[in-house]
Design a protein around this ligand. Structure first.
Ligand SMILES: [Zn+2]
Length: 130
C-alpha cells in the first residue's frame, strides 16, 4: 500500500498516511498527531517538468546521464526517450525524430546540422531536405 506524506496545518507535523490508490482522494485524511483535518499533500519528488527551463534542468541532472555513453548515439537516444517518458507531457515534434536518428546510429552533430530550427520554439516545417 502506498504511503502519502501530508503536512498538518494545525500542528505542523509532517505525517505519513497509508492508503490504497482507490482510497486516495476519496477518504478523509486526519492528522494522527492532533486529529486535525487540514492536511496538505506533500509531493516528495516533482517528476513532471512544468517549463522548458525545468526540462533542461532535468537533462543536466547528473543522474540522467549516469550510464549513458555520450559517444554512443544509441545510448544517448535511450536516455532521451527515458527522459521524455519521465516528463510525460507534450514533446516537440523533433524529439522523436532526433531519438530515432540517434538510434539508427547518426551522430548528434549531423542531426543538428540538418535541423537548423532545433531549439527554437518558432521552428516549423520548411526545412525541406533535398
Ligand atoms: Zn496535526
Amino acid at each position: 500500500m502506498p504511503t502519502y506524506d501530508y503536512l498538518c496545518q494545525s500542528c505542523h507535523n509532517r505525517v505519513s498516511l497509508q492508503m490504497s490508490y482507490t482510497e486516495y482522494g476519496v477518504k478523509k485524511v486526519i492528522c494522527p498527531v492532533c486529529g486535525g483535518k487540514q492536511l496538505t499533500r506533500l509531493i516528495g519528488r516533482v517528476r513532471v517538468a512544468k517549463s522548458e527551463g525545468q526540462r533542461l534542468d532535468a537533462m543536466s541532472d547528473p543522474s540522467f546521464l549516469s550510464g549513458v555513453d555520450e559517444n554512443d548515439p544509441k545510448s544517448v537516444a535511450r536516455a532521451m526517450k527515458r527522459m521524455g517518458q519521465e516528463a510525460g507531457e507534450d514533446l516537440p515534434p523533433e524529439f522523436n525524430e532526433i531519438t530515432d536518428r540517434l538510434e539508427s546510429g547518426e551522430s548528434p552533430d549531423s542531426i543538428e546540422k540538418s535541423m537548423p530550427d532545433l531549439g527554437s520554439e518558432a521552428g516549423g516545417p520548411g526545412d525541406d531536405e533535398y
